[in-house]
Design a protein around this ligand. Structure first.
Ligand SMILES: [Zn+2]
Ligand SMILES: [Zn+2]
Length: 184
């Protein structure tokens, strides 16, 4: 079966301007083109269902691709390291051209009268993935001393007193202002 990402555009390019609506759901990376990222990185599973809604409109010289793509991602909370699931919904506004001229560096290529939406979808989603997701806005993270998940439990750990700051405290007590430029 032909990939739904591959859109025949010969007719569109003949009748200018004309539009074609692409509305489908398909696996993110059917070809398994992208190796899984590191375990701590936000990623999209190859078989994750991507919703694509893109309208192609022809103009003399190419196609305008405008719409939205939506994909579920999985990641790791940067504070507590618990798994996080989310959805990236991205607006796209790109161009497909037959041949790249000046100013077309970021345009996608029409090949053999087909516009392949897959690279466009991959680029849009990968750019939108959060680098450091949180499991929730107010995640308390792990205690840096005992490793307890502060969302679930509390501990009595206290930050050890840094001797440099202890000295500064002494100076303050004696009424001498510490030189701020020497603070680290
Ligand atoms: Zn968290
Ligand atoms: Zn602790």
């Amino acid at each position: 079966m032909a990939s739904p990402y591959l859109v025949p555009v010969a007719q569109l390019l003949r009748d200018i301007p004309s539009t074609y609506e692409c509305d489908f759901s398909a696996p993110f990376d059917e070809e398994h083109e992208f190796p899984p990222r590191g375990i701590a990185e936000t990623d999209v599973a190859p078989d994750a269902p991507v919703k694509v809604h893109i309208v192609l409109q022809s103009y003399s010289g190419g196609l305008r691709a405008k719409g939205t793509v939506e994909a579920p991602w999985h990641g790791v909370c940067r504070r507590c390291s618990n798994p996080v699931l989310g959805v990236s919904k991205v607006s796209v506004d790109e161009r497909f051209v037959d041949t790249r001229g000046p100013g077309d560096d970021d345009a996608y290529l029409i090949e053999d009268d087909f516009a392949d939406l897959a690279p466009l979808v991959h680029d849009a989603i990968f750019l939108d993935l959060p680098l450091a997701p949180l499991c929730r806005e107010d995640c308390q993270g792990l205690c840096p001393y005992c490793g307890i998940d502060r969302n679930e439990a509390t501990c009595d750990c206290q930050a050890p007193i840094d001797s440099r700051w202890a000295t500064l405290d002494g100076l303050r007590f004696m009424g001498v202002e510490p030189d701020e430029s020497k603070e680290v």
